[in-house]
Design a protein around this ligand. Structure first.
Ligand code: ATP
Ligand code: MG
Length: 267
């Protein structure tokens, strides 16, 4: 198996009396698409928050790219190549499409304040390069509208794509996607699946995603981890997860029951 790009061992997170994550072991292999699924409140977003440094763990260790990152603040984790998107879409609605993507480029900026103030050749060159980089990424995610359009004017699916473009613009090695299909229709969700696969295959990104859309998860993932009440319930390939009795009982169950089984369960 490929080496882990991201891993945690014995990870715990508490919010007062609530144990959101309990002794979680998890691995994202380099070059993989790895999904985290589980019922509402299972701790999926909390796991991503612990990886990106937004919530402090109460125990355990997180490794990224071979280094312990537990002590790093969020921006240093981003600088190390880990970026994320949010369950509640977070784009700058009053900024243009292009500026939203340029905002993602910030960690790769190589000029200083004086360069910017004096608009030195170094500054101008970098600005042109960033703009070109941003255009290519927008094309990659399938945006073909005007670059100066306010991001808030895009339809919801376009805003989701823009959020992905901004994450890609930071030139990460790993992208954590928290419910990227939330709010998308079926056609958009299918396209998103293709885009996620292309992010891995063409941009060589490693991807971890939290998602409720099972068609998307099962079609795109190499491995799946199931969380339930903050604990790892199961881990395996999509085929293994679909057949796992514990997962069926805890999570996938209801949809997969036949009418007769449902009647028996209700009786
Ligand atoms: N900042 C917080 N303060 C207090 N409790 C929190 C906080 N964030 C999450 N929790 C609690 O931790 C548990 C896990 O929440 P989390 O948001 O990680 O679930 P989730 O699996 O992402 O759910 P969903 O599928 O609904 O997004 C829940 O009981 C939640 O109420
Ligand atoms: Mg969540």
């Amino acid at each position: 198996m490929a080496e882990s790009m991201l891993s945690c061992r014995g990870l715990g997170v508490r919010f007062g009396g609530v144990v959101a994550l309990d002794n979680v072991d998890f691995d994202v292999a380099e070059g993989s698409i790895t999904a985290v699924i589980g019922p509402n409140g299972a701790g999926k977003t909390t796991l991503f928050n612990a990886f990106t440094g937004l919530v402090p763990p109460s125990g355990g260790a997180v490794h990224f790219n071979g280094s312990a990152i537990d002590v790093l603040p969020p921006y240093k984790r981003a600088n190390a190549g880990m970026v994320r998107t949010f369950q509640n879409l977070e784009i700058f609605t009053n900024m243009s499409v292009l500026d939203n993507v340029l905002a993602g480029c910030h960690r790769t900026i190589g000029y200083n304040f004086l360069d910017a103030l004096l608009k030195t050749p170094r500054y101008m060159k970098q600005e042109r390069e960033h703009e070109e980089h941003a255009r290519r990424i927008l094309e990659f995610v399938g945006y073909d509208g005007p670059l100066d359009r306010p991001a808030g004017d895009l339809p919801f699916g376009g805003q989701r794509a823009l959020e992905l473009a901004r994450a890609i613009a930071a030139r990460p090695r790993l992208i954590l996607l928290d419910e990227p299909a939330a709010g998308l229709n079926m056609r958009e969700t299918k396209n998103l699946g293709k885009l996620i696969a292309r992010m891995r295959d063409e941009l060589h990104l490693t991807i971890a995603l939290v998602e409720h859309d099972m068609d998307l998860v099962m079609s795109v993932s190499d491995r799946i981890m199931v969380l339930s009440f903050g604990k790892v319930l199961a881990e395996g390939t999509p085929a293994e997860i679909q057949q796992d009795e514990r997962v069926i009982a805890a999570y996938l169950g209801e949809d997969d029951l036949s009418d007769q089984e449902r009647e028996e369960a209700d009786a």
